[in-house]
Write a protein of this length. Structure first.
Length: 139
């Protein structure tokens, strides 16, 4: 896509610090890193979000994400790692080319979870599961 920053990086029209690439996906350093070593993994083919991502591309980008996560673990030695994908404006997606964030965690790095968790209603959880299995309509 002509105006896509990530497509421009894939095509080598824009500079990036590439850390891994193969025929299907490319991983490069995020210019707005949450922590040192924060990488992005994108499929070479332009897809806006997870809903446009085909099974083959999904498998390839996940394999590349796992490889990059191991590189980060082995070479940067973080205490943990977040693998994150924002999809849609409501989920804070800012680049509309599907991607995973590979974010090393070092402890006390001030990266906070963007959500609060609490136990849900067991009835609501069961109902939503029935909707997802196709046993019940959402209406």
């Amino acid at each position: 896509m002509a105006d896509c920053t990530f497509c421009s990086i894939v095509a080598r029209q824009s500079p990036a610090h590439v850390v891994w690439e193969d025929a299907h996906a490319i991983a490069f350093m995020d210019l707005l890193p949450m922590t040192p070593g924060h990488c992005l993994v994108v499929p070479r083919r332009h897809v806006a979000d997870v809903w446009e991502l085909g099974d083959d591309d999904a498998a390839e980008v996940m394999q590349t994400s796992a490889r990059v996560a191991r590189l980060v673990r082995d070479r940067l030695r973080p205490l943990g790692l977040n693998l994150l994908s924002n999809n849609g404006r409501a989920a804070d997606q800012s680049q509309f080319h599907f991607h995973f964030h590979v974010i090393p965690r070092y402890g006390h790095d001030r990266l906070l979870h963007p959500w609060e968790r609490s136990f849900g209603s067991l009835d609501e959880i069961a109902t939503v599961a029935r909707v997802l299995r196709g046993e019940l309509d959402l209406d």
